[in-house]
Design a protein around this ligand. Structure first.
Ligand SMILES: C[S@@+](CC[C@H](N)C(=O)[O-])C[C@H]1O[C@@H](n2cnc3c(N)ncnc32)[C@H](O)[C@@H]1O
Length: 261
């Protein structure tokens, strides 16, 4: 999603700080501490501006709802929507889906939502699709057996391709529809869904249910974009500090001062 830089992002983030989990790795295995009476834990990947997030969390006040998004300029709108509605069962993570195993422990998640993920239409970028077999195996690291991945997309090619990926990664596919709203609006719409539906584009949906696999498929880590992002931020801070004649500790705790003996 390309977005114009939102003004006052940090001030707006501060106003929503109660909804932001700044160090999601510290909650790995303990997310339910945020809402001990939660009936289940639902995780949305790529929540964007959060129309679906706010409405679904409001409709399920007994659920603990976590929304992940890697573009803060979009996520802040989602956070503000939840804050305006005084929702207390929803929290946000500013991170990339590739890092999810760092943030969630085995069996911690009951329902995973994947709504209108980027289709990455060229073959050379297929591995970036959030329904690629590698990502589906990654999700097995925290979605419980029997847990559901609820997938919606306007993109028919991505949908058909994804239907072939699910069984390869040990998911049974249920509730397949290629025109979800044929008989009238079904369920909560996302921002993208609303736009596509109003243009007459049919919406594809299915539910992929995690099955037991013995042995578990081998997991190949998908790159560490969050780490790369942190390191880029650190490099920028280090450069700024160097210009001011200061030294800086690295995020790894190693001294990066170039002139240390
Ligand atoms: C096409 S938009 C859909 C937004 C929203 N789900 C909706 O349906 O309105 C895809 C969103 O997923 C986010 N996204 C894409 N890849 C991601 C990743 N690897 N990790 C986290 N967010 C991602 C993008 O930043 C963008 O906000």
């Amino acid at each position: 999603m390309r977005m114009r830089k939102k003004p006052n992002l940090s001030a707006r983030m501060e106003r929503c700080e109660a909804l932001l989990v700044e160090d999601p790795a510290s909650l790995r295995g303990h997310w339910r501490d945020l809402k001990p009476d939660a009936s289940d834990l639902r995780l949305e990947l790529g929540c964007g501006k959060g129309r679906f997030t706010a409405e679904t969390a409001a409709q399920h006040p007994d659920s603990l709802y976590i929304a992940l998004e890697r573009v803060p300029d979009a996520m802040i709108i989602a956070m503000e929507r939840c804050r305006e509605r005084n929702l207390t069962n929803v929290f946000f993570i500013d991170a990339d889906a590739a890092s999810l195993r760092d943030y969630f422990a085995p069996d911690e998640v009951d329902i995973l939502y994947l709504n209108f993920c980027d289709p990455w239409p060229t073959k050379k970028h297929a591995r970036r699709r959030l329904t690629h077999e590698n990502f589906l195996i990654l999700y097995r690291g925290f979605l419980r057996v029997g847990g559901q991945l609820r997938f919606k997309t306007d993109n028919r090619d991505l949908f058909e391709w994804s239907l072939c990926q699910f069984p390869r990664a040990g998911y049974a596919v249920e509730q397949v529809t290629r025109d979800l709203h044929a008989q009238g609006i079904q369920g909560v719409m996302t921002d993208y869904e609303e736009k596509f539906h109003s243009q007459g584009v049919p919406i594809n949906r299915c539910v992929a249910v995690r099955q037991e696999m013995n042995p578990e498929p081998e997991f190949h880590p998908i790159g560490r974009p969050d780490r790369a992002r942190r390191e880029a931020r650190f490099r920028a801070m280090a450069e700024a500090a160097a210009q001011n004649g200061q030294t800086q500790d690295s995020p790894d705790g190693k001294d990066s001062s170039p002139d240390k003996p």
